[in-house]
Design a protein around this ligand. Structure first.
Ligand SMILES: Nc1ncnc2c1ncn2[C@@H]1O[C@H](COP(=O)(O)OP(=O)(O)OP(=O)(O)O)[C@@H](O)[C@H]1O
Ligand SMILES: [Mg+2]
Length: 410
């Protein structure tokens, strides 16, 4: 994959992804950028839940905006409560030793920034500090806890190794975000560390994002009799934008694009826009990550036509969707059954009895696979009339490319 950077009108471009801000192409933490009725509602509902003392799990398909929502909540919650938010991406951390190392890094970064020292950025970690965070009491508490005497004390060596002990050092009402939580390999140890931290720090809130598996599944399915059941996180779902969300997203971005490139870009008129949005929605669906790739191809320096931009965006998205489908299939105990059901769904909306008949699989196993694909991986949608379909045309195209033989040995 070629990576190139050009400077055009002050806008850096990488792999067809503009970083100009008309259509953000990376996760962001500014809540004013959250587009879509459903996404905005999820933001306000989540903020309310956090304020009421609930931890939350953000669930949804790939590229729907989970990381962005979590980071926006980190910003808004820390601002509202004059506290701090720590973001940890478990995809780059994976085990408890590394988690402690990264948590230490976050605390050192917090301490250094509040003490007016320079800090290096750490991969997979970020810390948000509210402007009104009362830094003096925390700095005093922190220095006392660790017995810090001189400014030259090596903080990293003084911090405890244990993850839950590190949580105890966080400021009052802090928020901790665990992104891609399914990537944590030491599930049991992670959960134990989490419960210890929760037990000691009722004021600290947690946000988890990732697929409905591993730690998330266990956290959500704990029964009433479980220890601290009341701290079971609440689910917040993100669903694709509808056609109107797509239209407004394109319109808003195009207006900004026109301001930056008055000579090179013209905003389509209302009729053209309505036609474009319906075409885009039909071919690409309403997943923000896919639509932002499309929209960036429409603006300078590309200035692609609707058709060409759709083609480019599909190429990129189908590749990613196929990799995701293959990973899902490989991760299951019966890959062959999953491959057959997914291949069957590639033909468009259908129902379970037709899938069972055409694949020769039992009714029960087809229904179970459809349940998992819709409720755990969010790539299948159950329609009102009872049928099932893949989440959008991109996934249908990707599913057509699945080679069943690769997963069915006999
Ligand atoms: N509500 C939104 N409004 C505008 N753009 C969004 C929104 N949500 C996400 N995006 C954009 O969509 C892309 C994907 O977002 P993000 O990385 O937050 O999704 P994700 O669900 O965490 O993806 P992944 O499954 O890959 O981790 C990013 O380019 C982001 O800027
Ligand atoms: Mg993410």
């Amino acid at each position: 994959m070629s990576i190139f950077r050009t400077k055009l009108g002050g806008c850096a471009v990488m792999n067809g992804q503009s970083t100009s801000g008309f259509f953000p192409s990376k996760p962001f933490s500014d809540p004013s950028k959250l587009h879509g009725k459903g996404h905005k509602k999820a933001f306000y509902d989540s903020l309310e839940l956090l304020k009421r003392g609930q931890d939350i799990v953000i669930l949804g398909p790939r590229a729907i905006g989970k990381t962005s929502l979590a980071k926006c909540l980190g910003k808004a919650y820390s601002l509202d409560n004059s506290t701090v938010a720590v973001y940890l991406n478990l995809a780059g951390i994976k085990d408890m030793k590394n988690l402690s190392k990264h948590m230490k890094g976050a605390i050192v970064s917090l301490y250094s920034r509040l003490s007016g020292k320079k800090t290096k950025s750490i991969r997979n970690v970020s810390v948000i500090i509210a402007p009104k965070f009362p830094k003096a009491p925390w700095l005093e508490f922190f220095r006392l806890q660790l017995g810090l005497s001189t400014a030259s004390d090596n903080l990293m060596d003084k911090l405890p190794e244990d993850f839950s002990q590190l949580v105890l050092l966080l400021p009052d009402n802090a928020l901790v975000i665990f992104d891609e939580v399914q990537e944590m390999k030491q599930r049991k140890k992670f959960q134990e560390g989490l419960w210890r931290a929760l037990n000691e720090r009722e004021d600290v809130r947690f946000i988890f994002t990732g697929s409905f598996s591993g730690v998330v599944k266990e956290l959500l399915s704990r029964g009433r009799q479980a220890r601290m059941y009341y701290r079971n996180p609440r689910k917040v779902y993100l669903w694709p934008w509808d056609e109107r969300d797509v239209l407004l997203y394109l319109q808003n971005g195009y207006i900004m694009c026109r301001k930056v490139y008055p000579q090179k870009f013209t905003v389509p008129n209302d009729l053209e826009l309505a036609w474009e949005a319906s075409k885009v929605y039909e071919k690409l669906g309403g997943i923000p990550g896919i639509i932002s790739t499309y929209a960036n191809y429409r603006c300078p320096p590309y200035n692609y036509s609707v058709e060409k931009a759709i083609e480019e965006a599909i190429g990129d998205a189908v590749e990613k969707a196929r990799a995701e489908l293959e990973n899902i299939i490989k991760s299951r105990k019966s890959p062959c059954t999953y491959a057959k059901v997914i291949a069957s769904l590639s033909q468009g909306p259908t129902n379970w009895s037709y899938i069972a008949k055409s694949t020769g699989l039992g009714d029960g196993s087809v229904q179970e696979v459809l349940e998992v694909l819709s409720k755990e991986f969010f790539i299948v949608i159950r329609q009102e009339k009872g049928g099932y379909r893949l989440i959008n045309a991109v996934y249908e195209t990707a599913a057509k490319e699945i080679n069943i033989k690769k997963f069915c040995k006999d």
